[in-house]
Ligand binder design. Sequence first.
Ligand SMILES: [Zn+2]
Length: 501
Amino acid sequence: MRLLSQEELDGLLPAETAAFPGPIPTQSVSSDEFMPAPQTEQQRRVEARIKALGSALGQTHGMTRRQFLATASGMAAAFVVMNEVYGTLYSASLAEAADREMAAERAKSLRDQFIMDCHTHFLRDDTRIMTFVRQRQAVGKAGWNPALADKEQTLEDLKFANYYKEVFLDSDTKVALISGSPSDIPQDWFLTNEMKAEARARVNRDAGARRMLSHAIFTPGQPGWLEAIDRAIADLKPDSFKGYTIGDNTNKQISKYPWRMDDEKVAYKGYEKFLKAGLVNVCVHKGLFPPSIETQFPHLLACSDVRDVGRAAKDWPQLNFIIYHSAYRFAGGGRVEDAWGQFEKTGRIEWVTDLAEIPSKYGVTNVYGDLGQIFAQSTVADPRVCAAMLGQLVRGLGADHVVWGSDAIWTGSPQWQIEALRRLEIPDDMQKKYGFKPLGPADGPLKNAIFGETNARLYKYERRAALAGDRIAAMKTEYERAGAARSNLRYGYIAKAASRR
Ligand SMILES: [Zn+2]
């Protein structure tokens, strides 16, 4: 019942032994959702240059390459190398890479930025997708702590603890929404709706502030799905609902209940209940359906693209439709080269451009684009594709309709993604040719809107001041002060957090 066959699994090396643990991933890494794309020629060059530059700069500070690459200067060095290989897209200088104080100063000046990540995951204890759990644990993890291996039997704590550490301690994320994914096989849900609500309760209770929000998943067409919505609203009080039009995304071969967002007889009955409960944000998974997957499951195409979004948005102006992954087609087993080829030939990228055109085509203002996977996969593999898609989404949906989601922790701590967006700019020639507006400074109005302001507005998130004085803030300060000894202390902090349950 796995998406990957045994043969495909055998072809994958465990990422923790094979992947180079640099500050940013230099290879696409698989989640449970897809086969990783092979490392491109450019990614190979990036990796080789990061290693060389990391060794050279590390030496000047009396540090090993690995130690150096875990510092703020190491992060800057990675983006300097990205610019060498792809052209100047990231704000990063060799001076910042060489001068540890300068890099630390910059990181400090941005650490209080309000980042609200409305697309995060961890996996349940009894998941059957263990291969991917092991892979995920290693992804993008500069400073993997081998001592944690001893705790691998207590998978639930390890998984939750790891999520907690990577999101709240290793990154500048202030607030996270825990999401999930359904399946026609109950055990294959990433987390049940109850588990998501429990995680939210546990984190917020431990922190003493509202650090976590939670999805409940709705499954139109499945037996009892409307009653399940009623129960979730009454018992779990989700912050919003999320649905998968593709039905069962994990086990596509058995997906029995795909649905359309504009189906008056089915989906609209759910929207009615959301609206009545005051839950106006409707999140929908779209995209991650490259041509290779379409060949296997042609009947699921109509539920993976965005042809059903416009009418639903028009019929339900009181609801906000937040399209996850911004419907980017080429993640989940696709190739970023195909996205770039499409863009060069036609100026379009499936189905991001289609999504961006919905407001003008349908005269609606209630369609939003989430950046989960679309940002991670494109910024690592070809930042020009990333810049083009951000340009189109901002132009078409509006600067206040593009929202931060990292799909962490599939690709490790979201910090490298946060740094990538802070530093990314659309190249001048692309701005001129396509009429894209610049993204602006790391903490300028546009990036602040994407990182957190718009999500805060959508979810009416208030009492931000409480975040500065809660237990997570205190823990993070202590964690950072521990500095070089950090990796040895990680487990201790996590155990403390876990034992308070
Ligand atoms: Zn996701």
